[in-house]
Design a protein around this ligand. Structure first.
Ligand code: MG
Length: 366
């Protein structure tokens, strides 16, 4: 939706040639009428015949299922594909797009966490850039642009700290509704809980390692409650560069779409006078073990990040259903990670197998 808003605001420079949705045929039909792509994919085929009828007069081709996703991801007239596919569904189409030498932008975390090493390797092989949309990584990317790798000492990701930062409460008694109350912004339930456990940052450490090819000890996390500075880099001479801005996903999406150019927009710019104070804190790793687990999985690499991601998904779902304590989330993930026999340089099938195994294993501990 945000992507289409960006395109609508820059209809001279940007054109939609394909659209895909999971099952909302009605909305997809409306969007197709407005943006006139060559092809649309409705992943769930149930209403595909209805959609086909609707779009026939406009000569828009309708495709479905996994083959349909691959067709839109490799469409000849597409230069860039923006992926926002949850779970494992995105992995195959992203790989197809990379191998078709498309520029690929990934909006959700799972693909770069689960299969980051594989995607980066293939992207290099096919000279297809992977452009970050996650705001902290977009910030890092902008700071790193044109810099020599040898000049970089470390990358710093910021975190708002979530609802339990510096809270003196019994973590075992945290209820789902407390974890779902984020102090800064509204997001889906899974990512909001991830922000409250700091797993969101743990996943972002893995993402950063895979996107920018740095070692884990070069990645630092700082709590920054004002959420104005999204990311910083430090050079070997101690000098630091930061990326600041308003928190609106349209900014990183627009940059991925316009890169290497910059386009104007009507979004408000950051008013530093209004911000007044900037605070930075070290994260409390003991209180938030999920962050340490994220580092551990990043360091281990191979199939371990996929295992961490799957175990976390199961644990968070259980916590939201009220059948698991807040403090049991990291414990479950840790147990599953300890039992995993990690594979190096995994294929897509090995990653999917590790994901499946970790989900089953997490249910045992839960
Ligand atoms: Mg983020």
């Amino acid at each position: 939706m945000n992507t289409l808003r960006v395109v609508r605001a820059h209809s001279k420079e940007l054109k939609v040639v394909a659209l895909a949705a999971r099952r909302n045929a009605k909305l997809l039909a409306e969007q197709a009428k407005q943006f006139r792509p060559h092809m649309v994919c409705l992943f769930d085929p149930t209403e595909a015949a209805w959609l086909e009828q609707k779009l026939k007069p406009l000569r828009i081709k309708v495709v479905t299922g996994e083959d349909g996703l691959t067709a839109v991801s490799t469409l000849a007239s597409a230069q860039q594909i923006i992926f926002a596919l949850v779970g494992t569904a995105g992995l195959k189409p992203i790989l197809s797009a990379i191998r078709a030498r498309k520029s690929v932008a990934i909006a959700n975390k799972e693909p770069l966490v689960m299969a980051g090493e594989l995607l980066s390797r293939e992207a290099k092989r096919f000279h297809s850039p992977i452009l970050p949309i996650d705001s902290e990584h977009s910030g890092l990317w902008q700071c790193l642009e044109g810099r020599e790798k040898e000049s970089i000492k470390k990358l710093i990701l910021t975190s708002s700290g979530g609802p339990f930062f510096r809270k003196k409460i019994d973590f075992r008694r945290i209820r789902p509704e407390q974890a779902l109350h984020h102090p800064r912004w509204k997001m889906g339930p899974k990512i909001t809980v991830d922000s409250s456990t700091l797993m969101n940052k743990g996943l972002e450490v893995i993402e950063a390692k895979n996107l920018f090819e740095v070692s884990c000890c070069q990645i630092e996390v700082l709590i920054h409650p004002e959420a104005v500075v999204h990311a910083l880099i430090e050079f070997v001479d101690g000098s630091q560069l930061a990326q600041l801005g308003v928190t609106d996903m349209r900014v990183p999406i627009q940059y991925a779409l316009s890169y290497p150019k910059r386009l104007t927009n009507t979004l408000p710019s950051l008013n530093l006078v209004q911000v007044e104070n900037f605070h930075f804190f070290k994260p409390e790793v003991k209180k938030f073990p999920c962050l340490a687990l994220g580092y551990e999985a990043a360091e281990a690499g191979g199939t371990m990040p996929a295992v961490l991601n799957a175990a976390n998904e199961v644990a968070v779902e259980r916590f939201l259903r009220g059948s698991m304590n807040f403090t049991e989330i990291p414990k479950t993930i840790e147990k599953v990670m300890r039992r995993h026999r990690r594979q190096d340089q995994p294929t897509l099938n090995q990653i999917l197998e590790a994901d499946r195994w970790a989900r089953e294993e997490s249910e045992v501990y839960a």
